[in-house]
Design a binder for this molecule. Sequence first.
Ligand SMILES: [Zn+2]
Length: 191
Amino acid sequence: MESRSQFLAGDLALDFLNTRPRVRGEIIDLLQTDNDVLVWMEKAGLPRSKKRFNGVSLSLLRVARLLRENIRSLVEKRKAGLRGDPSLLNRILGHAKSYPQLVWKTTSVPTVERIRQADPPEGLLAPIAEAAAALLAIADFHLVKRCEDPACALWFYDQTRSHRRRWCSVLLCGNRHKVAAFRKRRHGQEA
Ligand SMILES: [Zn+2]
């Protein structure tokens, strides 16, 4: 898995969309196996499946990709002010099961934690669907943006105070843009 486009969106659902980035002009898919999905979820801090996966079934991968493209369509529609079809998202949300437990680890204050019943693949992916539903329903979509580099187009949630974030990453596209602008300027001076 290539890591440079991971977890820079500031939002779990958008980070999930960004697992299909464009690299040197070509769309690549960072999710190629069930295990890629599990590793991504673990890095994202989502609950791990207690069940062992049959690595060759690829059912998790298949549902994860379907969910991702449904979220992509919903985010694009919402951004465009249009109505999307959330039926696939809702099907996966229908598998979301969790219950609270009081966890008392030390002698001090106990905490309430939610335990997820993550039957794969839908139940396991439900937290991603929940993040997407929350984003679509609650987020200010003026701040849900695409990287301004047309060759990149990763999504992010602009949480800067000025709300002027333009790039998926200053280190990646921001710098590239700066270098290009500098070259153009210098070229202009020489001409
Ligand atoms: Zn970018």
